[in-house]
Design a protein around this ligand. Structure first.
Ligand code: ADP
Length: 402
């Protein structure tokens, strides 16, 4: 079965065509700067065979419909084509950011699902409209081909009410649905299943702390294979310190900034989303640059690094308490998979809790799943490369096959 995975953002479109019989990538692409004066498309065809080969073209992409048409033209065209006709695509899987309390599983998209996704636009005003645009154009371009929605929030729908509620007036939950939803669910779910397989345990019996550290960062506490808490909240701004997002801060800072700096709600929102996190402390948001600066004695870079790891560590402690011990801590995404310094700092001093990193294994650069804890520690430490596209494609196959 060939599955086309679509991740439609506000000004970008990422796509991946997978052959799910062999779990191989046929093509993967990204279209950027949709709606800008000049955009671009980059596609890698058969990346397993030719990992370093890619095609790029600068091209004006006025809107999402043009982006989707361009993707179709490239997948089937003479120059970069990997399939001869759209009929070779059996189903489409769409990443949808916010599924509210309604969707705890992937669903086949119909008019009522579209209506529901639209009703969650106030909860995800940047993401859900773009996701919807992708779905609606796909339904036009691929008539008769099933479309499946896979939600970033669905894995977190098992979080108990005492953990997902905010201690604010009840009416804000009952009336506006203000609560913790959590995001990166597809990634947390993928690594949960992969960790269970790696450790030889059924998913229903696995207890984990999953640590997704990319540009956005989040953690999940997983008990018996189900998510019982996560760090992101109503929005992806909550929880850990991130590249440019602040994570958890005193909520009174909003009022303080309005009063003392005269900032509007919009300005405060931008400041906390785009000018904070690692970037806010040291002016850099790529952990590789931060390490280089630390080596050159940049004290703000050092502080940003320490703050980042400190929050991961305190959350590991909190989640161990919730789960009552864990089979493993799982690091994933750009920083989680690649950054030995962050992993070491986050796990430092946790030996009394059963977490002991093997410094040599932690420093080895490799691909694939690997164990970096000292053999015999009660809590394993794993690196598991995330694969959200594969998870969405697998979910799409499952839905289509009923
Ligand atoms: P996204 O959340 O956008 O999917 P990724 O999971 O790709 O992000 O992670 C991107 C981040 O990973 C970058 O900002 C960078 O800080 C970090 N990163 C990538 N490679 C490395 C590396 N080799 N060492 C340290 N950090 C890395």
């Amino acid at each position: 079965m060939n599955i086309l995975v679509i991740n439609c953002g506000s000004s970008s479109l990422k796509y991946q065509l997978l052959d799910m019989d062999t779990e191989t990538i046929i093509a993967t692409g990204v279209i950027e700067r949709i709606g800008a004066t000049m955009g671009s498309i980059t596609q890698k065809s058969n990346p397993d065979k030719w990992p370093d080969a890619k095609d790029t073209e600068d091209i004006l992409i006025p809107d999402h419909e043009a982006a989707m048409r361009l993707m179709v033209a490239k997948l089937t065209g003479e120059d970069w084509g990997v399939i001869s006709s759209l009929s070779e695509i059996d189903a489409l899987g769409h990443r949808v950011v916010q599924g509210g309390e309604e969707f705890s599983h992937p669903v086949l998209i119909d008019e009522s699902v579209i209506k529901s996704i639209r009703s969650y636009v106030p909860l995800a005003p940047l993401h859900n409209p773009a996701n919807l645009t992708g779905i609606e154009i796909a339904m036009e371009l691929f008539p008769g081909t099933p479309n499946v929605a896979v939600f970033d929030t669905e894995f977190h729908q098992t979080i108990p009410q005492k953990a997902f509620m905010y201690p604010i007036p009840m009416e804000l939950y009952t009336g506006l649905k203000v609560r913790k939803y959590g995001f990166h669910g597809t990634s947390h779910k993928y690594v949960t299943k992969a960790a269970a397989a790696h450790l030889g345990k059924p998913v229903e019996a696995i207890n984990l702390i999953t640590v997704h550290l990319g540009n956005g960062c989040s953690m999940a506490a997983v008990k018996n294979g189900q998510c019982v808490d996560t760090t992101m909240g109503l929005t992806p701004l909550a929880g850990l310190m991130m590249g440019t997002r602040c994570g958890d801060i005193d909520p009174a800072i909003h009022a303080f900034l309005a009063k003392n700096r005269g900032l509007s709600i919009r300005e405060i929102d931008a400041l906390l989303n785009k000018e904070s996190g690692l970037n806010g402390i040291c002016g850099m948001n790529d952990m590789r640059d931060i390490h280089a600066a630390r080596e050159n004695g940049d004290t703000n870079a050092q502080l940003a690094f320490e703050m980042f790891a400190y929050r991961v560590k305190t959350t590991i402690g909190a989640y161990l308490a919730i789960i009552g011990g864990a089979d493993a801590i799982v690091f994933t995404a750009g920083i989680g998979e690649n950054d030995e310094f962050v992993r070491a700092a986050a796990c430092e001093g946790l030996e009394p809790l059963g977490i002991t990193l093997d410094a040599r294994k932690n420093a080895i650069r490799a691909s694939g799943i690997r164990s970096i804890g000292v053999v015999g520690s009660s809590v394993s430490v794993l690196i598991i490369p995330t694969d959200e596209e594969l998870e969405i494609a697998q979910a799409t196959v499952d839905v289509v096959n009923g």
